[in-house]
Ligand binder design. Structure first.
Ligand code: NAD
Length: 360
């Protein structure tokens, strides 16, 4: 499988965005987040998102060179509208504002509604952790037919609604970072599996007949009206399904944003709303005790006998740290994704010579 260096991929994304009219700062933020997602091991939210962004910009659904608008500002409480602009710009600016308010008030509640895809949510928790803050993030996804069935149902009713929480370590990196879709597998992982021609884990997809399967193509099946036939399974039965529903309501309905019911347009947009709580550990208690407790707790969790069917214990955020070490000099991109990147770069107006130079 072709391996690409992160710098090549970064340049490819910057040039594709700029070819469609993005200012350099916007193109850089998009490239930073997508490459970081690949480096963290989440190819579902890496450079493979570019074809969808190109379709979004060329179709007039994703607004370039746009910034969030402030709807509510009462000090520690902010509601922003992302105006369907790049999520990488909206997320970055929303977290910057939230960090500023948490520094003033000890805590900030930041709502960002109506943003184009904000990608890997852990990226936003890492921005908060780098400033020394703990954070929680709840997110919904609309614009496409829903992806995930409620527990007991066979038809998709909401998105993969991620939940993310992180506590900072002393070095400005997250001490723990839980960042997860509320479906057993993220939608993008079914796309990557279908592109690679491999199965997904058993019982993670419901086919059009309501049966559980490991075939990623069963998820992408759409009926002649364009409605999705398959659905993803929420993690943890009724508990994960319930958490996804609360992400939907707290991230979107609470902020005046849209939820996934069909009265809201399904016009191919990938719109996220996100509710973030950003907390200064020095304001809620004693920062030194906080760091000490995190370190002692981490050691206690890791120092355990192994379950008979497992060969290691990891804490949330550790798989991503391991992936970063592994991928620093390059990561594999499957040939189907490479072809999709080439054709989307051409649609964006990039010269084929520069695409060949970057994608090989
Ligand atoms: P995942 O299942 O790979 O990991 C989920 C969490 O579990 C991570 O915090 C990881 O560190 C931890 N983890 C993984 N393996 C572990 C192990 N063996 N032991 C302990 N902890 C472990 O992630 P996912 O659910 O597939 O989500 C992938 C990405 O998709 C996330 O970054 C998420 O933010 C993103 N996402 C974004 C959207 C969107 O609309 N923007 C929607 C859904 C998902």
């Amino acid at each position: 499988m072709p391996k690409l260096h992160p710098d090549q991929v970064h340049k490819f994304i910057v040039q594709t965005c700029e070819a469609m009219g993005s200012e350099n700062t916007e193109a850089m933020l998009v490239a930073d987040q997508l490459v970081e997602a690949n480096l963290a091991g989440h190819d579902s939210h890496g450079v493979g998102m570019m074809p969808a962004y190109v379709e979004g910009v060329l179709g007039g659904r994703l607004q370039i060179n746009s910034h969030p608008t402030v709807i509510v500002d009462s000090g520690p409480l902010l509601t922003l509208d992302g105006n369907a602009g790049y999520g990488q710009v909206n997320g970055h600016e929303a977290m910057d504002l939230g960090i500023e308010r948490a520094a003033q008030h000890g805590v900030a509640l930041v709502g960002l509604r109506n943003s184009y895809h904000i990608g890997r949510i852990g990226h936003w928790a890492e921005q908060c952790a780098a400033a020394g803050y703990a954070s929680l993030h709840m997110v919904n996804v609309i614009g496409h037919p829903p992806l995930v069935a409620a527990y007991g149902g066979a038809e998709a009713r909401f998105g993969t609604n991620p939940f993310c929480a992180a506590v900072p370590g002393r070095d400005g990196r997250p001490g723990f970072l839980l960042d997860m879709a509320t479906s057993i597998i993220a939608g993008g992982k079914a796309r990557v599996a279908a592109n690679k021609g491999v199965k997904v884990p058993p019982d993670t997809i419901i086919d059009v007949n309501g049966n559980l399967t490991d075939d990623p193509n069963a998820f992408w099946y759409t009926d002649p009206t364009g409605e999705r036939g398959g659905a993803l399974v929420a993690f943890g039965d009724h508990k994960g399904s319930g958490l996804a529903i609360m992400c939907e309501l707290l991230s979107a309905a609470l902020l005046g944003g849209e939820t996934a019911h069909p009265k809201n347009a399904r016009d191919g947009r990938i719109i996220n709303s996100m509710l973030s709580v950003i907390i200064d550990p020095g304001a809620t208690g004693d920062a030194e005790t906080f760091f000490e407790e995190i370190e002692l707790f981490r050691d206690f969790v890791l120092d355990s006998r192994l379950r008979s069917d497992c060969d290691e214990i990891l804490v949330p955020g550790q798989p991503e740290q391991i992936a970063r070490l592994d991928r620093a000099e390059g990561f594999e991109v499957d040939p189907v994704t490479i072809d999709q990147l080439r054709s989307s770069a051409a649609k964006a107006g990039m010269k084929s010579g520069s695409v060949d130079g970057l994608l090989g």
